[in-house]
Structure formats: structure tokens, C-alpha cells
Design a protein around this ligand. Structure first.
Ligand SMILES: NC(=O)C1=CN([C@@H]2O[C@H](COP(=O)(O)OP(=O)(O)OC[C@H]3O[C@@H](n4cnc5c(N)ncnc54)[C@H](O)[C@@H]3O)[C@@H](O)[C@H]2O)[C@@H](O)CC1
Ligand SMILES: [K+]
Length: 482
């Protein structure tokens, strides 16, 4: 796992390091890291570096300074470098002088910049970094658009300009980077808007000892694989955790089949099903023990409740029964809507080991959702007293105690009907196996996204295909944990 820090925290950590290092040393180190990635990209894409053309889109602040110093490093390796100054009188003086001394070309008129971009092999986006506010201004946007139109790859310095460093929300016009080089610590944009950043390289500038505990964690395959519950020699079907699924209806049996099947594939304990889709569940998954009501279901260690449940009185009663059982509960879909509608259900859930898994629309029924998805999820978890998993291309998970993780999906194949039901089955099975809700949510989100990639393999995959790929995904993360 690795951490992500806010731009404000990174700035605060930089201060003491800047104070004890010679002037400009940090920026030089950052710039060398940028140049290294740029050289590797040039070599990979064009087969060489000497004589290749790189354009540095240069803003007014230190991000522009990084770009100019990177341009200087590239000149020293024989690259033809053109810097386009967006604020000529505020360009970083030392960086500009260094580039000029190495005979780098410097232009200020946007049309000259566009012409240079059109002919470039690579563009460095040093327009704006963590000092950003809002989307790109018109001149910068014209240059970024020129790179996109000409198909010239962009390496972003620190962050893709025009994308909010804290929330990852792109402004009206912003940079699409093929790769990003960041300094000192990863920032939220790198995981919340991962597709905008491309692969992120982290350059060490010595901030480590000055950084506070990471406010956001990102899980990696070994973290998930090492925690995935598998049977030990002394286990039987009960000791590994029995998960109950109260989902689906005669009208929507699919949700029940997807959730119960996913639970059966996720862990090797036992799955019980309670609801009016019992026949369909039994037909698809003969190993699931199906009954018509929660009361008849028998003992379980956790409940999955909500997908296809309905939001009528019967649905509310089922959710109340499940919450009254005092076991870990995964509440999804209609169960989230019901929580939004009934204060007494929210009271039952508060402080209990409950995990809710809303998409943005469902989230808005239980809490306020702003552009700051991490902040909104953290607040919702604290206010509701439950662990919250906010779905999206980047999944955000927050526990009431303040722990937050983000899982960037890596692909968008999960954007299809029914995948949420699969996720709820997996997360519920992990709750039944004894994982705490935050870990259950994080591990489920990870394996779910991996299953989508495996199931899709380059072509759209339906939810049942994601479900089928769960064993391969679990196998892969367990393998990586070895
Ligand atoms: N503090 C340090 O010593 C280090 C800073 N580093 C770099 O410094 C950056 C932060 O530098 P700054 O604080 O100077 O801020 P930035 O360079 O990110 O941006 C500030 C400037 O950009 C302009 N600006 C803001 N929003 C804009 C927008 N939407 N479009 C166009 N221009 C916009 C502002 O007018 C301001 O002059 C980091 O991202 C990183 O690249 C690195 O060199 C590492 C060391
Ligand atoms: K940038």
C-alpha cells in the first residue's frame, strides 16, 4: 500500500526541507526526475533522444521552473528544446537562464508555441502544479489542445494542468497526460483522476520524514492477496463465515443471482439466500441454501441486503430485521435508499459494523456529495457512523474513524448493469469471514476491478462475466502476495 497527501500537506513538508537544502537543489532534483522520464518516453516512442523535439509549456510558478530546468537537462542530452512562456515576465529566472545558456529556444507568442507543438515528439506540461486554481486559461488551453490534436504525447510535471490537484476534477479545459512525474509524495489527483495522469513516477525529494500520516491509502495487490480468506486444514463450512444474502425479488431475481453467486465465489464458507428469488438462485447456484425470508434463513455471520430489494414497507422491514441481528451488514442499492428515507434505520445502523456501497445518486440520498469525493465520503462515514464505499471510476472508502482508501479502477469495464450486485456479494462474503468493513470494502473493490479487467480482456464484459472472473482475480492477487 502507499499513501497520498494533500497539496497543502506536501507544501508544509517542503518548507523545512527547503530551509536546510541549498537554494534550487530541490527543484533541480525534481527536474532531473522529469528529464529522465522524458528521455525514456522519447527513446520508447521514437527510438532515440538526440535531435528529438521537446516543447516545454511553461507557466508562471515553480511548476514552470521545474519544466525549464528539465528542458536544460534535456538540452544537455542533445534534445532540441523549445520553451513556450505563458507569462514571459514571471518565468522562473534561474531555470530560464539555464535553458538559454544551453541554447534552448524560447518563444512567447502562442502561435509560435502551437507551431512548435505541432512538430514536437513530446510536450512537457509545466503550466501549473499544486498552486493551481481552476481549469486552464485560454492560451494554455490552446497549447494543450494543439498537443492533443497533433497526437503529441504529454508528460505532466507534478500534475496534469487544469485538473484539480485535491479533488481530481478536470476544469473545462485540461491536460490529458501520457505520463506524470510527481515529487515528494503522490497527491489525490493521481489516484482520483488516474486516467488523466497515465503512469505516475514519484521522485524522492526527501520529504519522507516531514510528512504526517497519510490521509488517504491506496491498496496494492499484495495487501489484498495476503488478507484474502482461504480455508485452513481445521476449517469447515461454518468456521469460515456464513454470509446471508437478502436481495432480489420476483421482479428482479438477477440481483440476487449475481450477489449470491459472487459471494459463493469469493470465499469458501457458505452462502444462504433469503428472499422471493429463491428458485432462481437455487437454479443458478445449487450450493446456496435458499429460503423465502430472513427469519427462516438460519445462522449467518454477516448479511448482504439491498440489491433488488425494493423500497416499500417489506423492504424496510427486511433491512430493520437484518440490522437488528447485530451482525456485520453490507447495505447496497435499495437498502441505501431506505437508510436515506428512514431515520430509525439510520439510528440502528450508526455505530454498528455496517458498510454501505452507494453510487453517486444513492450517496446523495444519505449525505451531501460535493466535487471533493474523499472529503464527502469521510464526512458521510463520520456522520452516519458506518463505513461508506462510494462507487466510481475511483472508488473511495471511508470508515467512521477517519481511515480513507481510494481504489483507482484501472479500466472502465465495470460501468455496466449488475456489477454493483457482484461487488456487494464479494464484500459481504469478506465481512462474514471476519474482515473489518474498511478492509472488506477495499479488498472487494480491488478484486472486483481486477475481475472486470480479466473478464473483459479488451472487449465489454457483462456483470455475469465479471462474476465468472472472480476466481482468476483472487488467484492473481494471492499470487502477487507470495
Ligand atoms: N517548493 C518547492 O521547492 C518545490 C516545488 N516544486 C514545484 O512547484 C510547484 C508548485 O509551485 P507554485 O506554488 O509556484 O505554483 P504553480 O507553479 O503550481 O502555479 C502557480 C502559478 O500558476 C498560476 N496559475 C494558477 N492557476 C492557473 C491556471 N488554472 N492556469 C494557468 N495558470 C495558473 C498562478 O498565477 C501562479 O503564478 C509544484 O507543483 C512543483 O511542480 C518542485 O520543484 C519541487 C520543489
Ligand atoms: K503541470
Amino acid at each position: 500500500m502507499y499513501g497520498v497527501w494533500t497539496p497543502e500537506q506536501v507544501r508544509a513538508a517542503e518548507e523545512p526541507v527547503l530551509a536546510r537544502t541549498p537554494e534550487g537543489a530541490l527543484m533541480r532534483r525534481a527536474a532531473r526526475g522529469v528529464a529522465q522520464v522524458a528521455l525514456a518516453e522519447l527513446a520508447r516512442r521514437t527510438g532515440g533522444v538526440t535531435g528529438r523535439r521537446v516543447v516545454v509549456l511553461t507557466g508562471a510558478g515553480n511548476n514552470g521552473g521545474d519544466g525549464l530546468w528539465a528542458g536544460y537537462e534535456l538540452r544537455r542530452r542533445g534534445v532540441a528544446v523549445t520553451a513556450v512562456l505563458l507569462s514571459p515576465d514571471r518565468a522562473h529566472p534561474a531555470g530560464l537562464a539555464a535553458l538559454r545558456k544551453q541554447k534552448g529556444r524560447v518563444v512567447t507568442a502562442v502561435e509560435h508555441g502551437v507551431a512548435a507543438v505541432d512538430r514536437a515528439d513530446l510536450v512537457l506540461d509545466a503550466i501549473v502544479g499544486t498552486g493551481a486554481s481552476g481549469g486552464l486559461r485560454p492560451e494554455a488551453a490552446t497549447l494543450a489542445d494543439a498537443a492533443a490534436t497533433a497526437g503529441v504525447p504529454v508528460v505532466a510535471v507534478d500534475i496534469p494542468s487544469g485538473v484539480d490537484p485535491l479533488t481530481g476534477v478536470p476544469g473545462e479545459r485540461s491536460v490529458h497526460a501520457a505520463a506524470t512525474v510527481t515529487f515528494g509524495a503522490r497527491k489525490p489527483v493521481h489516484v482520483l483522476a488516474a486516467p488523466r495522469c497515465g503512469p505516475v513516477t514519484l521522485v524522492d525529494i526527501g520529504l519522507g520524514p516531514e510528512l504526517p500520516p497519510a490521509p488517504v491509502t491506496v491498496l496494492e495487490a499484495p495487501d489484498v492477496g495476503a488478507r484474502w480468506p482461504v480455508p485452513a486444514p481445521g476449517d469447515d463450512k461454518y468456521t469460515q463465515g456464513v454470509v446471508g444474502v437478502a436481495a432480489g425479488s420476483a421482479t428482479y431475481p438477477g440481483a440476487a443471482v449475481l450477489a449470491a453467486g459472487a459471494a459463493a465465489l469469493a470465499t469458501s464458507g457458505m452462502v444462504r439466500y433469503a428472499g422471493s428469488a429463491a428458485d432462481e438462485v437455487r437454479a443458478a447456484w445449487p450450493e446456496v441454501v435458499a429460503t423465502d425470508t430472513v427469519g427462516e434463513a438460519g445462522r449467518v455471520q454477516a448479511w448482504v441486503v439491498g440489491p433488488g430489494l425494493g423500497t416499500d414497507d417489506a423492504g424496510a422491514q427486511t433491512l430493520a430485521d437484518v440490522l437488528d441481528a447485530g451482525l456485520p451488514v453490507l447495505a447496497d442499492a435499495d437498502a441505501v435508499t431506505l437508510l436515506g428515507q428512514h431515520a430509525e434505520l439510520r439510528e440502528k445502523a450508526a455505530g454498528a459494523p455496517v458498510l454501505i456501497t452507494p453510487h453517486a445518486g444513492e450517496f446523495a440520498r444519505v449525505a451531501e456529495l460535493s466535487d471533493d469525493r474523499v472529503g464527502s465520503t469521510r464526512r458521510a462515514a463520520a456522520d452516519l457512523g458506518v463505513t461508506v464505499l462510494l462507487k466510481g471510476n475511483a472508488t473511495v472508502v471511508a470508515a467512521p474513524d477517519g481511515r480513507v482508501l481510494v481504489h483507482p479502477a484501472g479500466s472502465a469495464w465495470l460501468a455496466t448493469a449488475g456489477t454493483g450486485d457482484v461487488l456487494s456479494g464479494v464484500a459481504g462474503a469478506l465481512l462474514a469471514a471476519g474482515l473489518d468493513p474498511w478492509w472488506a470494502a477495499g479488498c472487494a473493490a480491488f478484486v472486483h476491478a481486477r475481475a472486470a479487467e480479466i473478464g473483459a480482456d479488451g472487449a465489454p464484459v457483462p456483470a455475469s462475466g465479471v462474476q465468472r472472473a472472480l476466481p482468476a482475480a483472487i488467484r492473481a492477487v494471492r499470487e502477487e502476495a507470495r
